[in-house]
Design a protein around this ligand. Sequence first.
Ligand code: ACO
Length: 427
Amino acid sequence: MSKKQVIIDFGDGRKVELPVFDATLGQNVVDMRNLGKYGYWSYDPAFLSTAACESKITFIDGDAGQLFYRGYPVEQLAEHSTHLEGAYLLLNGELPTQKEKDDFEREITLHTMLNDQIYSLFKGFRRDAHPMAMVTGVVGALAAFYPDSFYFKDPKIRKISIQRLIAKMPTLTAMCYRYTYGLPFMFPQNKLNYAENFLYMMFATPCEDYVVNPVIAKAFDRILLLHADHEQNASTSTVRIAGSSGTHPFSAVAAGVACLWGPSHGGANEAVLKMLTEIGDESKVDEYVAGVKDKKYRLMGFGHRVYKNTDPRASIMRKTCYEVLEVLGKKDDPLFKLAMKLEQVALSDDYFISHKLYPNVDFYSGIILRAIGIPDSMFTAVFALARTVGWLAQWQEMITEPDIKISRPRQLYTGSVARNYVPIEQR
Ligand code: ACO
């Protein structure tokens, strides 16, 4: 706690001194918990100025355009680490030793398969169901297969529940794709690493050998790592709120998946590709940007609630995008050229500069995913697969707090005052 205090003067002779907590990085926070005793709540729709929890996991410096996982800059991790090593770090607070890393990877590998009944569950979906509708349903349904995970206060049960979900997400996400196209499900291959295994389950067939391109696998792993956690974003807050009731962890994560689907959040990379297709041609960019400035629509893949500078993930994704298109011989892809033109126009336009609207991670990730062969409708599902790690790390942090309380926001009520029921014939 800081020595500073914030004094609120209620204007009726009463004053309250609210304590301030010091952050190790970023803004300090005013402790508002006792405000209710004075007859007021704080009003902060969409949590624009509210720290809803204390956390040690991820930190975004929005002005400097930096992202840290447990203190490590994400650029360093993207260069030297892997998604599973990042997962270990986010979950445990420290980078693993070689033995811890090997054990963790092995333990995840042991849980990659799904219960056979899940195959019947898939058959109940329409073939044209959006993958996110299927992922939400299947993750929620997994709770039915692991009733023991409800006893997550036991560290052993908690650990295995987390490992199960991280291990099964690639399998069930790939199954959504295979189901849509009527392709046979491919079983996980535990000799492959996490990213390779997902690409194998997506694109291999039982008829031929399938070799995963290492550049593509590395790029995909980087996409996963960069999307693994991002402070108290909408879906993570959803997981925390759902989890605060003590619900089954897989149900809490299913709530996060549902939240992620929206185009203002995880659905943005799919929306970027839709937008690029709608623009269609480099010659239409200026006209499209004019429409954005007239507020007819937003430029998808630009802007962020927290980053008011370059999104560090976007810079890495941009570089990765070049690498992937190069190796696939798609550098002259018209969509990519159109995206580069749009980026160039937006970055030099006063509207975007004054509104601090920079490309976010979604602007490039969609182009990479499409180049790899992942259909646009699967983009958000891939994001959910990556973010599962962050959701679980944040959920774990919350439910291991000594004094966990159910999340229950207050409201500013502006509806009708109390009135009596009027019988229908008198209305
Ligand atoms: N295009 C055009 N104008 C924009 C954009 C955009 N993408 N984003 C914000 N603005 C403008 C708003 O019109 C508003 O302008 P005004 O002040 O003149 O009225 C101003 O910038 C602030 O907008 P807010 O909606 O208040 O900003 P907020 O920080 O709440 O929004 C958000 C963040 C939702 C991400 C927004 O920038 C957006 O809609 N971007 C497009 C969708 C997108 O790419 N989402 C992905 C986010 S990253 C992620 O989830 C992984």
